[in-house]
Write a protein that binds this ligand. Structure first.
Ligand code: GLC
Length: 470
């Protein structure tokens, strides 16, 4: 099968969150299974763009409303990613340093999608599947089926994968003129709540809709920022497929980003050495359990609850644990988290920002990873943490429910709590502190965690079944 993934993010070219990780890994493992899978994404001005060599693959022109533009599809010259990576260069529209956050983002992503579909019409042979990720690629199934210029693609099958249903990319009807001539009878497919809603459009028009865990799939019928009834209607074509992780990139035995390598046999010594380095760097107490939070400091991740919960836990336990917070996001949360540094020197620190290396080092060093997310479609961090022998402490929602079993249950290996509240988090921290004291139990849990398999190999089959079904 020839599979074309269309996405706004793909690691290592550009990543803002888990979407980038998934789109950077899934095609690589699909290619190992004798499919021909590739990625097409916007050409942003990133480091990866500058540091690599590209060849011009195709040159075309089309229009966005009354703006006629030229676009170029460039292709990564080397094969290092395990899949062909194509970038769409549209002068002035996409070639900017950031992925999102510009006032004309709607125009940028409509322009991107138009160029992709236009390019596909020039292919000698059609792809088997066009696999769209999130709302930035959400108009493509509609365009392929109902825009007159793309009739050649009408029968090509499309799949939508939802990585986060909180964001729909909604826009006003004034933007409808940007979509290439379309069958006006199909207006209803673009519409949701009096707006053009690309995520809703994709749910209606794609041949199959997947999301990144089974529990989240069911939760979408109850909570999806206004699309609940749409999921009810389209339920028959919806399926939850838990993400995998790239076990080659995330391997504590070979990871070039961590100071000391270890496998399951050497985990206790390996983690200890990595922990010493991190504790020295961030002035933390190596004898206490190290609990880290890694992620965007936003409401969805319940980062706003962290300052209160950590302060409460440190006071209540007489500084029984160490905390390291890594991430960036809402300024109020950033300042509240930074404020704690002076209150608890030696037991608490932050790294406001994100870089891959610090992330990897923290997984290797930490004893526990805290994820109190209000919404978590899948969550990759808890799976990375399992692989690095770091015990996950998670709120019971979405993919976190599907990947972490509480240590109080049969074969349990983590800590799971019900609510993203201070009380639940503090209680979980107390549980973490007490299990940390039991060295035998800790070792058993860590070794168990490391052997859980979340590799892409098995997941790829589930996607294959979805493709075959259409
Ligand atoms: C989004 C979700 C996250 C998921 C990731 C990859 O970032 O918030 O839960 O793991 O996409 O699918």
């Amino acid at each position: 099968m020839v599979i074309v993934h269309v996405s706004a993010e793909c690691y290592p070219m550009a990543k803002a969150g888990g979407l980038g990780d998934v789109v950077g890994a899934l095609p690589k493992y699909q290619n190992k299974m004798d499919d021909h899978s590739m990625v097409v994404m916007p050409m942003y001005k990133t480091k990866f763009l500058e540091q690599n060599e590209w060849e011009v693959h195709f040159k075309g022109n089309t229009n966005l409303g009354d703006w006629f533009f030229d676009y170029t599809i460039i292709k990564l010259k080397n094969e290092s990613l395990g899949f062909p990576l194509y970038l769409v260069d549209i002068n002035g529209l996409l070639d900017r340093p950031k992925i999102y956050g510009y006032t004309d983002d709607h125009d940028r992503f409509i322009g991107f999608q138009i160029a992709v579909v236009n390019w596909l019409t020039h292919w000698a042979e059609q792809p088997s599947i066009v696999h769209c990720h999130d709302h930035q690629a959400g108009l493509i199934p509609f365009m392929m089926k109902h825009c007159y210029d793309y009739q050649k693609l009408q029968n090509v099958k499309t799949v939508l994968t939802i990585h986060n249903a909180q964001y729909h990319g909604s826009m006003g009807w004034d933007k409808s003129i940007l979509i290439p001539r379309w069958d006006l009878w199909k207006k209803g497919l673009l519409e949701w709540d009096n707006c053009i809603n690309p995520l809703a459009t994709a749910i209606k028009c794609a041949d199959k809709v997947t999301t990144v865990s089974n529990t989240y799939m069911h939760q979408l019928k109850l909570q999806s920022n206004g699309l609940e009834s749409l999921f009810e209607i389209e339920w028959a074509k919806c399926v939850g497929i838990l993400n995998g992780i790239d076990n080659e990139l995330w391997n504590p035995a070979t990871d070039p980003m961590i100071p000391y390598h270890y496998d399951v046999k050497l985990v206790m010594e390996g983690k200890k050495k990595n922990k010493e380095i991190i504790c020295t760097r961030y002035h933390l107490d190596v004898k206490k359990p190290l609990i880290v939070f890694i992620g965007r400091l936003v409401h969805e991740k319940a980062a706003d609850v962290l300052p209160g919960a950590i302060q409460h836990a440190l006071d209540k336990t007489n500084c029984g644990a160490n905390f390291l917070i890594i991430g960036a996001g809402d300024t109020a949360t950033e300042s509240a988290l930074q404020y704690l540094v002076q209150l608890y020197p030696g037991n608490y620190n932050t790294f406001i920002g994100y870089d891959e290396k610090t992330g990897h080092e923290a997984y290797a060093a930490a004893d526990f990873l805290l994820m109190p997310s209000r919404v978590e479609p899948c969550g990759l961090n808890q799976m990375y943490s399992l692989r690095y022998g770091t015990i996950p402490m998670v709120r019971d929602t979405g993919g976190l429910h599907d990947t972490v079993v509480d240590m109080g249950e049969l074969d349990g290996f983590g800590i799971r709590f019900l609510h993203a509240t201070e009380n639940d988090i503090v209680y979980s921290i107390e549980r973490a502190i007490s299990v940390f004291k039991d060295k035998t139990q800790m070792k058993k849990m860590i070794e168990y965690c490391m052997q859980i398999d979340h590799s892409w190999e098995s997941v790829v089959n589930d996607y294959k079944k979805v493709y075959q079904s259409i």
